[in-house]
Design a binder for this molecule. Structure first.
Ligand SMILES: NC(=O)c1ccc[n+]([C@@H]2O[C@H](COP(=O)([O-])OP(=O)(O)OC[C@H]3O[C@@H](n4cnc5c(N)ncnc54)[C@H](O)[C@@H]3O)[C@@H](O)[C@H]2O)c1
Length: 247
């Protein structure tokens, strides 16, 4: 990868896995454009020496505009990580159509809009890596998470479809499939266990490795996927879930 293409864009990085990823990529010398709906992205960007852009990824037109601005100001780009997502809980009897719409908007449509910007930008750079954050919930029927699990399965399907269509452009597309990660994202899910501490007490029954993941360890793998270490891997759904899928 040449120096000019050592630019990376992350969508969904004011907290959690994406924020850790921004820190890792910055420490590794990447130039960064960071997009998020939350003001906290400015703090992450300041620490990473990056540019920050506020955008609601649920608004496709606003997202397309923000991506165009960010990619234009970044200059060359070699890696794009669409990490945004939403989780709504429930069965088909307890979840609302609005819950499905929210998951669709952030777990599939936003990635599609990112890919519409990413493919021409990465092709112009002579190739690169596009990473979509999915979930291990997209690979098994996660109980009482019908809206989340179904849309994360669609994220994985889309990563494979994009990989197939754009391998000839030297664009690699992969899906990152974490299991339980210790981030604010899980607050709604933990409430059904009575809170984070009560959930953690149940983890040995749920995760064979016996712990949930730290955001930085998941981000570390994602950042390796974005770079040249995995130059021959495309269309892959990489699972980091402490063995949860084995149960
Ligand atoms: N935490 C987990 O256990 C877990 C497990 C599997 C997959 N994931 C996936 O990892 C990704 C990151 O999650 P996380 O755990 O780091 O959560 P997080 O809540 O810490 O981070 C999500 C980021 O996305 C941003 N965001 C949310 N809605 C947005 C919107 N409409 N527009 C722009 N930005 C928006 C948030 O502000 C935040 O910075 C998500 O796609 C999630 O589905 C998380």
């Amino acid at each position: 990868m040449n120096t000019e293409s050592r630019g990376a864009l992350i969508l969904g990085c004011a907290s959690g896995i994406g924020a850790e990823g921004a820190r890792i990529l910055a420490a590794d010398g990447w130039r960064l454009a960071l997009l998020d709906i939350a003001d906290g992205v400015h703090d992450v960007a300041r620490d990473a020496g990056a540019a920050a852009y506020l955008v609601d990824a649920g608004d496709p037109d606003a997202l397309a505009d923000a991506l165009a601005t960010a990619l234009g100001e970044l200059g060359g780009v070699g890696a794009i990580w669409s990490n945004v997502g939403a989780q709504t809980a429930g069965t088909v009897e307890t979840a609302a159509v609005a819950d499905l719409d929210r998951c669709y908007a952030l777990n599939l449509r936003a990635h599609f809009v990112v890919a519409q910007a990413a493919v021409p930008a990465l092709r112009a750079a002579g190739g690169g890596s596009l990473l979509l954050t999915a979930s291990n919930a997209g690979l098994f029927p996660d109980r009482e998470l019908v809206t989340y699990s179904a849309t994360k399965a669609a994220t994985i399907a889309m990563a494979k479809l994009l990989a197939r269509d754009h391998a000839g452009d030297r664009i690699r597309v992969n899906a990152l499939c974490p299991g339980w990660v210790d981030t604010p994202f899980n607050t709604p899910a933990w409430q059904s266990y009575g809170g984070r501490e009560q959930f953690l007490a149940r983890v040995p029954d749920l995760v064979p490795i016996g712990r949930i993941a730290d955001a930085a360890e998941v981000a570390g793998v994602a950042c390796r996927l974005l770079g040249d270490d995995f130059a021959y891997m495309t269309g892959h759904a990489l699972v980091l879930d402490g063995g949860e899928l084995l149960t």
